[in-house]
Design a protein around this ligand. Sequence first.
Ligand code: ATP
Ligand code: MG
Length: 421
Amino acid sequence: MGIIKGIKGVKDILPEETPRWHVIEDAARRWASCYGYQEIRIPIFELTALFARSIGATTDIVEKEMYTFPDRDGTSLTLRPEGTAGTVRAFIEHNRAADPLPQKFFYLGPMFRHERPQAGRLRQFHQFGAESFGTSDSRADVEVIALLWHLLSSLSLPDLTLEINSLGSSGDRAAYKPILFAFLSGQASRLCANCRRRMETNPLRVLDCKVPDCRAATESAPRLIDHLSPEARIHFDQVLAGLVSIGIPYRLNHRLVRGLDYYCLTSFEITSNHLGAQNAVGAGGRYDGLVEALGGPSVPAVGFALGLERVSLMLPQALLPSAREGLYYVAAFGENGAKLGLVLLDELRRAGISAQCDYRAITLKAHLRQADRLKCRFAILLGDDEAARGSVILRDLDSKAQEVYPLAGLSSVLKSRTCSS
Ligand code: ATP
Ligand code: MG
């Protein structure tokens, strides 16, 4: 019988890689809390209808990327492809709008999309997302962008660009759609089959098609930004001015669209050209109509989602914690040494000191080889002679310098050493 392998596009994150994930996740939590966003943990799966209604039937996600399956009673369920839908559902279901607004949430966890796996594009991937409910003021837009930008900058990710656009109000888009449609009709022969179809149902989506021919064909398309109502224009100008005031550089990108009625006004994406084809690290925008569209009250909202695999691909090595500083190896050998070693290990660990031992090692030499492999800074030698004397030898594995310490009370001595070093 062959071995059973993991699923294509679904990766294990091995112990060598978890330190970089911790760096990213810790930074995300720190920045979120600094901006007043509280963690929400939403379910991994939901009713399919939630995603179909919130993300929109004509999007790539709903059209072809969702993991959808019938429950035992036939109810259609879907593994979450993103976090906004679940957050909004929870917001409505728990009647959060009855409590004082604004309310700000963040989430962190796996998402699932059936895509063609490649570097930075997986079927199970992880997102950190933030959602701010209750503020239509442009400063809330600036706030979520700043949170994302400062988080990524604090991780020293290279070559970040903030691209931004305004989708206007739903009225602005309704007026713009026939103008765009007329333009696209003239270019139809140059568009991919998918875009020719979407052109009818949701022409805005054609603008962010990634097929090079489609991009070329829509290069001179009329711009939504030139068709904004005065209110939408003012909101956009305020967001841009806010970004300038806090020193966040941006680039206008008229292709940045989300073809859904719930998305409005600000739409943004942060890209890096270090990522190749999958160049978007995070994306977000305002979705003032979504809470209401999902059956809740009218509550404005703005947020983003960040792809953590893509962050991990770009994270500089220098940000990773240095290897195991302060880790002790207990080299306990001989009959009595081994017995006292077990007690010492327990004592050290209970004092919060990281300590290792390979119980298979019988000789000092074998122990020291393991200590080396584990990259420990110090070894505590405890053989039968030391056991008889009630002492241990502390060996610095870099300098090879040795010191003798009493066995009793060793954990508090080491604890104060670790704190002062
Ligand atoms: P893309 O254009 O790359 O498909 P998207 O527009 O589908 O991205 P969003 O739904 O806005 O992406 O999700 C926000 C972020 O989540 C993306 O910018 C990206 O970093 C990450 N992301 C999306 N899909 C995947 C995936 N399949 N694998 C890894 N990361 C992903
Ligand atoms: Mg996608």
